[in-house]
Design a protein around this ligand. Structure first.
Ligand code: NDP
Ligand code: MG
Length: 381
């Protein structure tokens, strides 16, 4: 039995991870859980999984009597403190946003393996995370479906270097919408994703394709590939989860139903595979798989992500922070959908990027970018 600390236990990835644990026949024991604010939900999960350590960013009024033998932590640094107290073999980082960076670094220091769903950790502090993993000889197992696919395909590389990584993208709910209609899309339109059921923030990121931009940066760090060798291919059925191209032109792809439990279970069970981890794929029922190039005019987020990656240092962190602010503002219905990427672009122009020598450089750039993005967003309401 492997012990697991689950950060972000009540979210889309968190609940699917717990579903994998339930179906694993006792192969995993969740010894720690964190969430941000929904205390009642965490209490419910704690009663089912009986973790030894729990944490919430926002401290609740009281802890129910039957859960007081659990060691509790509260506050902004709750993930690091829970990881340190739990000392689980594996940590699944499934919190949303840049808060996952410190959590991921703590996981690498304390645990045997980091199972990473929180792509923002690699986007904001990729060099710090991969640098620490290398220094300590700890594996980072990707949970993001595209990166899990590439990780699996790369296991067949033998002695060959890949020529290109090809990230597939569903294209989101606005794949075929004209630009003007997209600009004015409402929160309801955005949250109706065609193939994946995910948390609100990443669902908005899929509609702008910022998510694919974040994933280009994530792939750059996970697989040590230069930006120009990471391509994006729109594939509306979300069946081919990504591909690797080798120098002879051969492509290897990983296919599966669009069900996050499969990549979650793969990371948890690696190098083994868990039987019946996700839904089975019936290719005959799917019938047709289609592919198309992304449209740079309607999805400028891809260009911005590549610019951030080429600029290096804190530029990707600025890209991410501005996006987090703009998405939150859109979800509060303060700005039109079409302004999200405009706010990201303006913030990138206004906040100069610098080198990353330590975590403090990331946090400073993140704070500056958030404050500037708030100003830009306020002017666009
Ligand atoms: P959700 O919004 O559904 O869930 C996030 C969870 O994390 C919630 O339980 C939330 O608590 C908790 N949380 C948020 N901030 C903190 C914090 N600072 N400390 C502790 N807990 C926190 O997000 P998703 O599950 O959709 O996404 C999680 C991560 O995985 C993101 O980085 C996303 O990009 C990535 N990812 C998600 C995929 C998906 O299918 N959902 C696919 C690939 C990657 P509370 O409920 O109390 O607010
Ligand atoms: Mg993904």
């Amino acid at each position: 039995m492997r012990t697991l600390a689950l950060l972000g236990a009540g979210g889309s990835i968190g609940s699917q991870c717990l579903d994998v644990v339930r179906r694993s026949g006792g192969a995993f024991c969740v010894t720690a859980m964190t969430m941000r604010s929904r205390a009642e939900e965490l209490f419910r999960l704690a009663r089912e999984f009986r973790p030894r350590v729990c944490g919430l960013v926002e401290e609740p009024e009281e802890i129910p009597a039957d859960l007081r033998e659990i060691e509790w932590f509260f506050g902004e640094d709750v993930n690091e403190r829970v990881v340190e107290a739990a000392r689980a073999q594996d940590v699944l980082a499934a919190v949303v946003g840049a808060a996952g960076l410190e959590a991921s670094l703590a996981a690498l220091r304390v645990s045997e393996r980091l199972l990473l769903a929180n792509k923002e950790a690699l986007v904001t502090g990729g060099e710090l995370v991969t640098g620490l993993a290398k220094e300590l000889g700890k594996p980072i197992l990707p949970v993001d479906s595209e990166h899990s696919a590439i990780f699996q395909c790369l296991r067949a590389r033998d002695c060959n270097e890949p020529a290109r990584l090809i990230l597939t993208a569903s294209g989101g709910p606005f794949r075929t919408w004209p630009k003007e209609k997209m600009y004015a899309a409402g929160v309801g339109d955005v949250l109706r994703h065609p193939t994946w059921n995910m948390g609100r923030k990443i669902t908005v990121d899929c509609a702008t394709m910022v998510n694919k931009g974040l994933e280009i940066i994530e792939a750059r760090h996970l697989f040590d590939m230069p930006e120009e060798k990471i391509a994006v291919l729109v594939h509306p059925q979300s069946v081919v989860h990504s591909l690797v191209e080798f120098p002879d032109g051969c492509l290897l792809a990983q296919l599966g139903a669009p069900d996050m439990r499969a990549p979650i279970a793969y990371a948890m069970s690696f190098p083994g595979r868990m039987p019946d981890a996700g839904k089975k794929l019936d290719l005959a029922a799917v019938g047709t798989l289609t592919f198309e190039a992304p449209d740079p005019a309607r999805f400028p987020a891809l260009r911005l992500a590549r610019e951030a990656l080429r600029a290096g240092g804190t530029a990707p962190c600025i890209f991410n922070a501005a996006n987090e602010i703009a998405v939150a503002s859109f979800l509060r219905e303060e700005i039109p959908f079409g302004e999200i990427v405009n706010i990201v672009e303006q913030t990138m122009q206004r906040v100069p990027s610098g080198n990353i020598r330590a975590l403090a450089d990331v946090r400073e750039a993140d704070g500056k970018a958030r404050r500037e993005a708030e100003r830009v967003a306020a002017a666009r309401r």
